[in-house]
Ligand binder design. Structure first.
Ligand code: ACO
Length: 324
């Protein structure tokens, strides 16, 4: 079998127009800009319009990624969409994106690993491309978490927001990839922690959608250790290190988790991409939102070594190391 690399061809993102600031939230629940910024680093989040669905956000991001790649939708034969907030129970939100783009070939499906969804989706698409089963993939993270927030619970509603981001990956023969592509991915889950961050409704349990519930301190307590474990795995698999990476693009959940993880790994703060202040925790969408920002402002360039990581409900966690 030919050795194939999944090479990044484009990245794009989308945030809904409506921004909700910390000051706006202080009108809804007993909180303050000072408390939110100090504990999380978040300053504002974006909220989808009533008629705006997860697939609409995803479509905007996908089109932006295709434009960045200089590709047409017809070039794509695989869509992997990570979301915990799908348009409907079924069909997959990915098929709405596929139809919206006018694609009628290949496969499109959703993947659910909560905040780790984008890293799981990159790993999944990478496996398919490497196997030769598909040639060009749209890997999307898209969420409307505003729809599953309990807006009377100040311990959760201040943390999350809506958004979408997408990456175009192309399977390229390794000898033609010039060292670029997804170098390694490492995925983990441990369902013993499933009740520490969950939604209290669902199709087969309550026949309702439910609201997000979280033991914030417990999540925080586990996050840094889990994140650093899968990053050490990525370094060991490739011989790369905190010194050789160019950019650390973590899941944007919380500034304190990001800073503590980078410090524990010895990653210099100027290599860390942080956008959580602008959009809060957008779950599976947060990494491609951060990637799109750092690519658009000229930080992430072709040939750079980019480290992704995420941790979230389940618990699930994972890392991906990419030569951009
Ligand atoms: N505004 C003001 N006060 C608040 C708010 C708020 N929005 N929320 C909680 N408080 C109060 C609490 O009621 C408590 O008051 P008390 O001392 O009178 O009882 C006080 O603040 C401290 O509460 P804690 O929960 O102990 O606050 P903590 O310092 O742990 O910060 C936080 C809470 C920010 C949620 C933190 O635990 C955290 O970051 N956890 C990680 C959660 C996370 O990022 N989850 C995202 C999903 S998972 C992932 O993506 C990695």
């Amino acid at each position: 079998m030919t050795d194939i690399r999944s090479v990044v061809r484009g990245v794009g993102s989308y945030l809904p127009a409506r921004a909700l600031t910390n000051a706006d939230l202080a009108q809804i629940v007993d909180t303050s800009d000072e408390w939110i910024v100090q504990r999380t680093g978040i300053r504002e989040r974006h909220i989808a319009a009533d008629n705006e669905l997860t697939s609409d956000l995803a479509l905007h991001a996908a089109r932006a990624a295709l434009a960045d790649a200089g590709m047409d939708a017809g070039d794509i034969d695989l869509i992997v969409l990570a979301t915990s907030t799908p348009d409907n129970t079924f069909p997959a939100t990915a098929v709405s994106v596929q139809a919206g783009l006018g694609i009628t070939r290949g496969a499109a499906f959703d993947l659910q690993a909560v905040c780790s969804g984008f890293v799981f989706a990159v790993a999944t698409a990478d496996s398919f491309l490497k196997s030769g089963a598909f040639k060009r993939a749209l890997v999307i993270g898209a969420e409307t978490f505003s729809r599953i927030l309990d807006w009377s619970d100040r311990t959760t509603c201040v943390l999350f927001g809506d958004g979408a981001g997408a990456l175009v990956l192309e399977g390229v023969a390794a000898q033609d990839a010039g060292g670029r592509g997804v170098l390694t991915t490492h995925l983990r889950s441990d369902g013993r922690h499933k009740n520490k961050l969950y939604v209290d409704g669902g199709v087969s349990s309550t026949k309702t959608v439910g609201f997000l519930r979280m033991e914030g301190r417990e999540v925080f307590r586990h996050a840094v250790g889990m994140i650093t474990d899968v990053i050490v795995d990525a370094f060991e698999a490739t011989g790369e290190s905190a010194q050789t990476i160019d950019w650390f693009v973590p899941h944007q959940a919380n500034r304190r988790i990001i800073d503590a993880s980078a410090a524990k790994l010895g990653i210099a703060s100027e290599k860390v991409v942080v956008t959580v202040d602008r959009h809060g925790n957008t779950s599976a969408a947060s990494i491609p939102l951060a990637l799109a920002t750092a690519h658009a402002d000229g930080r992430i360039k072709t040939g750079d070594l980019v480290l992704l990581e995420a941790m979230g409900g389940g618990f699930t966690w994972g890392s991906a190391l990419i030569r951009w």
